[in-house]
Design a protein. Structure first.
Length: 273
């Protein structure tokens, strides 16, 4: 019945959109439908209202924020949320872009439980090129994005996550957050066998329009994490929508998905999704 109703509405909408009288109404209806859909799908990058702070608070209550990795720390907004949830967390911050790292250092430097690293994580140690704009430093990427046409190329340092953990004597990570504008697959590869529910029970990653450039789809994230024993869910203000992959979810809206150890799924699942 639901599919028949949707099909009927689609047909009527197509018919209305072709008529001169209703064309303007259809255009406005389409605009507001898109806005509503984005709101429904939590197209929201505000840590305090999109579910990220909720997730951190839940994990803190389960003692899963003792050691946290913030890969793509930018100016430290997300790390501040971690500390709000658990002031005793040891947070390893990685910021690949030198000008942005300086802002991060001025904000969080000198705290004994915050380790600031002026390099990025990837699958091969050495150097790489990023595209940076001072006006849009949150969109710094290894990809040349049409959203920041004024970006300049910078040569920066990268290292593997597993090598860093070995040097720093990190045996387990409570939560790994990755926000690196399309380079997420390389970051994951650089952690090697550490990407396992027993070593890292929670991995938060971004998925959005930059995945068009990276050609690494939501389907690929699901496959990667399922192979390693995780469940995957999209983050909403009241929890995770955990379900099997559907091509209908390949909408590039983002922002945050979470790979979770299976025994934590009920604890983190949204009651409304």
């Amino acid at each position: 019945m639901k599919q028949k109703l949707l099909h009927f509405i689609e047909c009527q909408t197509y018919a209305l959109a072709k008529t001169k009288r209703w064309r303007e109404l259809a255009k406005h209806a389409d605009y507001f439908s898109v806005v509503f859909h984005r709101a429904y799908e939590n197209h929201n990058y505000n840590h305090h209202s999109n579910g990220e702070l909720w997730l951190l608070s839940k994990l803190a209550s389960a003692n899963l924020l003792d050691v946290v990795f913030d890969v793509g720390a930018n100016r430290g907004d997300w790390t501040e949320c971690v500390l709000k949830a658990n002031p005793a967390s040891q947070v390893h911050c990685f910021e690949i872009c030198p000008p942005t790292f300086e802002k991060l250092r001025l904000r969080l430097g000198g705290r004994t439980n915050i380790l600031l690293n002026n390099f990025g994580l990837s699958n091969i140690p050495g150097e790489t090129e990023i595209h940076y704009s001072s006006e849009h430093d949150g969109l710094t990427s290894t990809f040349s994005l049409d959203t920041i046409p004024d970006a300049q190329a910078l040569s920066v340092r990268i290292d593997r996550g597993d090598k860093y953990c070995q040097r720093s004597a990190v045996k387990a990570i409570g939560m790994l957050k990755i926000d690196v504008e399309g380079a997420e697959p390389n970051v994951l590869a650089g952690f090697g066998d550490l990407i396992h529910p027993d070593a890292i029970p929670i991995v938060q990653f971004e998925y959005g329009r930059v995945n068009i450039e990276s050609k690494y789809l939501l389907r690929d994230f699901y496959h990667y994490f399922h192979e390693r024993g995780y469940l995957v869910g999209k983050l909403f203000p009241d929890g995770l929508r955990i379900r099997e992959y559907s091509s209908w979810d390949e909408d590039f809206l983002g922002p945050n998905y979470v790979a979770v150890r299976s025994d934590l799924s009920a604890f983190l699942r949204s009651p409304t999704r």
